[in-house]
Design a protein around this ligand. Structure first.
Ligand code: OXC
Length: 310
């Protein structure tokens, strides 16, 4: 019998799957769809202090090898998601609440409200939205990242986590991990956010495919799998006291298996969820189960993090 249960921050979950923030999680209708899906956990759209309509459309495009987006943090404002979390049945499913304040003060203000929650969700601080014009990604500025995490650590006494951008240099894995490891209550790290500021060009129209930022947007899907796996494994190796949530390029049980092998505790699905809807969770769970059975693994811990090197 193949058992998909896993432990996250001490909480048993039926399986390791959840959505990637931003997909199927902006409205209560979308969030309720996730709550009714086979995913064992779910995360809200990254929210800001005030509601945002986001960037002009078209701002998302799907392609054979993945997706490009420049949504621009469209969301209902943090109170909307706080209210959703207060009404949520946390026994039923693990709920994460993602914040992406436009300024340090906005993040501090949102956290001041979130810490008063009677029925708290798990806080994820998004350090990596690449699509707000004029807003650099905090995750690429280690000093700013440390300053923000110091404020979060002071203001918020429950375990929390961060959503990181992809890094592409070993010295950046080292520097980022050094900052993260200063905060023991920083309990999980979600790798990766989209690969920022890619450019998809349509050869027929000789045009970009999304409107914001002259077509520059965050890449997801198959394009980003090797980078996602590298970031999951890099932080799995460097942050032994934290759990890693893998995100990027999961389109089947195979990629979910790879993220777990690389050290992920949970696995997020973004582009494939956007394209296929919540049935993607049932499909990927079935495929993951089949892969584990074919390899003789009866539990996820039998192989999780046990990536072989040569
Ligand atoms: O953090 C984010 N990552 C993305 O790829 N897109 C969204 C967005 O643009 O809102 N935010």
């Amino acid at each position: 019998m193949t058992d998909l249960t896993c432990l996250f921050l001490g909480q048993p979950l039926a399986n390791p799957l959840m959505n990637a923030s931003g997909v199927c999680c902006r409205t209560t209708t979308e969030l309720d769809t996730l709550a009714s899906s086979a995913a064992a956990a779910m995360v809200t759209k990254s929210c800001t202090l005030e509601p945002r309509t986001g960037n002009p459309e078209p701002r998302y495009s799907s392609l054979p090898l993945g997706s490009i987006n420049s949504m621009g943090l469209p969301n209902e404002g943090y109170q909307y998601y706080l209210d959703y979390a207060e009404r949520f049945d946390h026994e039923r499913k693990l709920l994460f609440l993602s914040i992406s304040g436009l300024t340090l003060d906005d993040n501090v203000e949102m956290i001041a409200a979130i810490r008063e929650a009677v029925n708290p969700a798990l806080l994820e601080v998004n350090l990596s939205c690449p699509n707000v014009p004029g807003k650099p990604q905090t995750g690429y500025d280690f000093e700013a990242m440390d300053e923000l995490l110091d404020e979060v650590n002071d203001a918020y006494k429950r375990p929390f986590g961060v959503k990181l951008p992809p890094y592409f240099d070993i010295s950046h894995f080292d520097a980022a991990a050094e900052v993260l490891n200063r905060y023991p209550r920083l309990a999980f790290v979600t790798c990766i956010n989209s690969v920022g500021n890619g450019l998809v060009i349509d050869p027929d129209t000789e045009s970009v495919v999304i409107k914001p930022k002259d077509g520059f947007g965050g890449l997801g899907g198959a394009y980003v799998l090797p980078t996602a796996l590298a970031n999951v494994n890099a932080f799995y190796r460097r942050c032994p006291d934290k759990q890693i949530i893998g995100c990027g390029g999961v389109q089947s049980g195979t990629e979910a298996f790879l993220h777990l092998l690389a050290g992920a505790s949970l696995v997020q699905i973004g582009t494939a969820l956007y394209e296929e809807g919540p049935a993607v969770f049932d499909r990927v769970l079935g495929e993951l189960t089949a892969i584990m059975a074919s390899k003789g693994y009866t539990s996820i811990d039998a192989f999780r993090g046990k990536l072989k090197t040569l």
